[in-house]
Design a protein around this ligand. Structure first.
Ligand SMILES: [Zn+2]
Ligand SMILES: [Zn+2]
Length: 214
């Protein structure tokens, strides 16, 4: 998923993998619900906090959302492989928030795992620091004032989910056009923030938009 207006340069895969081997990585398997793919998170050693955020987004936040918000992606799950490897990195050199790795371009680890399990395994990457900084939409200043730092935590949950589902949609529906995938994930982000913020504020504040009449 490209940041609007950002450049698109691919870091050679070999170089990337070499860096990862030097830094060292840890893995965590995240199970949410029967019909949702298992996520195998691979993250830099010592960044269990980031893995825990992705786990909370996938296994808790997503399932806490209203069914209308979840619905477009609930359908997508049927088109996905049963396991998806999620490579977590602070940033991508190209500036993207994430990528899906089409069939045949997965990392060696994913290909070896697929061969061992005898089933297809998907692969995506997420750039968690870029996702944390991503500001797709302004929040109402009242919500910002009331929630303070908690707002950043809610944003991170909503943004992680939006980018994760965006890349999963590319994996499951390779023929779908970017602008459709993007508009779906942008609407999803706004809807998730709306739910999370109103959950925290007792329904008083949402995203920046004209307030309803009293
Ligand atoms: Zn995309
Ligand atoms: Zn990129």
């Amino acid at each position: 998923m490209r940041r609007t207006g950002g450049p698109a340069v691919q870091l050679p895969g070999l170089f990337r993998r070499l860096l990862e081997r030097i830094r060292g990585r840890e893995q965590r398997l995240v199970r949410a619900a029967e019909h949702m793919p298992l996520l195998l998170l691979s993250y830099p050693r010592g960044r269990g906090d980031v893995a825990a955020e992705v786990e909370a987004a996938w296994a808790r936040t997503f399932r806490s959302l209203g069914s209308a918000v979840r619905e477009p992606y609930e359908k997508l799950f049927r088109a996905l492989p049963p396991v998806v490897v999620v490579l977590l990195r602070p940033r991508n050199l190209c500036g993207c928030l994430g990528h899906h790795h089409p069939r045949g371009t997965e990392s060696k680890i994913t290909r070896r795992l697929a061969a061992d399990l005898g089933s297809a395994i998907g692969e995506i990457d997420l750039a968690y620091e870029s996702i944390r900084e991503w500001q797709p939409q302004p929040l109402s200043s009242m919500a910002a004032g009331q929630l303070g730092a908690r707002l950043n935590e809610l944003h991170f949950q909503a943004a992680l989910l939006a980018v994760l589902l965006h890349e999963l949609e590319h994996l499951g529906r390779p023929e779908e056009r970017e602008r459709h995938v993007r508009s779906r994930s942008d609407r999803f982000y706004a809807a998730v923030m709306e739910e999370l913020v109103s959950g925290e504020t007792g329904g008083s504040y949402g995203m920046a938009r004209p307030s309803p009449l009293p």
